[in-house]
Design a protein around this ligand. Structure first.
Ligand code: CMX
Length: 439
């Protein structure tokens, strides 16, 4: 028996059928217009996707099924002595559209614990990489190695009916999410802790177990992982990791192939890799000054120097957001409670005072405010995780929750193969010139 699967069938499938009917009946409705600038701006603002799990407002930030980040922290179930939401809850919410009860979340924890068996060949594959391989390369490859377990791929080979796609996508998703903490922790311990691996503890919650397998005993780190895994999980459908997972999934590539593609996108420095780049940038700044806490003038000068060298300030700016990211604020609140005097955290706060003012004077930059990545590394460093090349793997484990919940919805909605039209620049020029002549 799988209560979450039953709940999805009971709640979400009728909703999916309604959505399909609505789209069919209103297919002619015009949603917007786009111009040449839209095409050349990376399709920003062009509506081209349906993603049920979350919606992003440029001013307010992300809402998961209508709930903001502060609301999630307030309303999602927590452990008895805990203060941060359990990520099992945000997954339940994204999948079903309903806030889970404590019991619902407990069921998901147990469900994932039952499924968390990683086949040996996955560890062998990870071990075959040179130690110097970036953790995201190891992570993406490990997800591909897990693909041998895909129930979707096997059912498709055996001639599955279209109406069953969502069920096998669900099974793969649940197995994959259950196994990711073990895979991530294995990569961490192998790369940085001399392959001194730590066995999972099935009594812990999903994020608590990840913290345990990484080797962090502090309860504060477990709480951080619960918050971290919740707030990084989804950011509507157009960001690179969500969109690439969805795009690859549209070819009916199974969840393993799709998520691995998404992770390759997350590994880009303009997306998830920015979380490691932030710490690298701050450490470089400190190195240049000979160590210690930089003054605000020194921070300002370093920002200007970075920009003059044709580089970006990592952790600042966003393709959609136009205000401080509420995920940044949630992490700042966590830091104020748990580590208000931490030097690196204080540097991050000083940068927050200076960077928006400086970036705001550069007219081409549309958003001078911090994004989620500006804060996360300093929290990890506080608990002793100095290996910043690993940070994006943590982002990836969390991001799997949202993009895979969406993939189940994609299959339940029967969304088609994605195939936008592309043209050559010559085609554009001829078409526009011809229009000008006839005008
Ligand atoms: N520092 C310096 N320049 C910046 C900048 C920053 N933080 N943010 C934007 N710009 C520049 C862009 O590089 C671009 O310059 P060019 O026209 O010379 O190429 C110009 O300003 C316009 O960019 P934009 O329209 O404001 O931003 P985009 O939507 O194109 O890009 C983003 C958004 C996030 C890639 C960009 O702000 C950036 O590179 N930020 C730093 C990297 C980062 O923090 N990424 C993480 C985002 C969150 C996540 O996905 O995890």
């Amino acid at each position: 028996m799988d209560k979450l699967k039953d709940k999805f069938a009971e709640l979400a499938l009728p909703k999916a059928a309604q959505i399909k009917e609505y789209i069919k009946a209103n297919g002619e409705f015009v949603l917007g217009q786009y111009n040449l600038d839209s095409v050349f701006s990376g399709e920003k603002g062009m509506i081209g996707l349906i993603t049920e799990t979350s919606l992003l407002d440029p001013e307010e930030g992300i809402r998961f099924r209508g709930y903001s980040i502060p609301e999630l922290r307030d309303k999602l179930p927590k452990l008895k002595n805990g203060n941060e939401p359990l990520p099992e809850g945000v997954f339940y919410l994204m999948l079903t559209g309903e806030l889970p009860t404590d019991e619902d979340v407990h069921d998901v924890t147990n469900n994932w614990a039952r499924r968390a068996i990683v086949p040996k060949h996955v560890f062998n594959l990870i071990d075959s990489f040179p130690i110097s391989a970036h953790p995201m390369t190891q992570f993406s490859a490990a997800i591909m190695a897990l693909q041998t377990e895909s129930e979707f791929a096997e059912a498709y080979r055996n001639g599955m009916n279209k109406k069953d796609y969502w069920e096998y996508t669900y099974e793969d998703t649940m197995n994959l999410i259950a196994r990711l903490p073990r895979v991530a922790a294995y990569i961490y311990r192998r790369t940085y802790k001399n392959s001194d691996h730590i066995e999972p503890n099935a009594k812990l919650d999903w994020a608590g177990n990840l913290a345990h397998m990484l080797g962090y005993k502090d309860d504060g780190f477990k709480e951080l992982m619960r918050l971290y895994m919740t707030i990084h999980s989804d950011h509507e459908g157009g960001n690179v990791s969500a969109h690439s997972t969805h795009l690859v999934g549209s070819a009916l590539s199974d969840p393993y192939l799709s998520l691995s593609a998404g992770m390759n996108g997350l590994a880009g420095p303009l997306h998830g890799l920015a979380n490691q780049e932030v710490i690298r940038w701050v450490l470089d700044l400190q190195k240049e000054l000979g160590g210690g806490k930089p003054s605000k003038d020194q921070i300002k000068a370093y920002i200007l120097k970075t920009i003059s060298e044709g580089k970006v300030i990592p952790g600042y700016g966003h393709a959609v957001l136009r205000k401080t990211d509420p995920r940044f604020t949630a992490q700042m609140e966590f830091a104020k409670k748990h580590m208000p005097n931490d030097e690196l955290v204080n540097i991050v706060w000083d940068i927050y005072e200076i960077a928006p003012e400086v970036l705001g004077t550069i007219s081409k930059i549309k958003n001078p405010w911090p994004n989620v990545d500006a804060h996360s590394g300093s929290l990890l460093v506080h608990y002793g995780m100095m290996e910043y090349d690993f940070y994006t793997v943590l982002f990836g484990v969390s991001r799997a929750l949202g993009v895979l919940a969406s993939l189940i919805w994609d299959r339940a909605l029967g969304l088609p193969l994605e195939r936008p039209k592309s043209v050559t620049f010559d085609w554009i020029k001829k078409t526009i010139d011809a229009k000008k002549v006839s005008a």
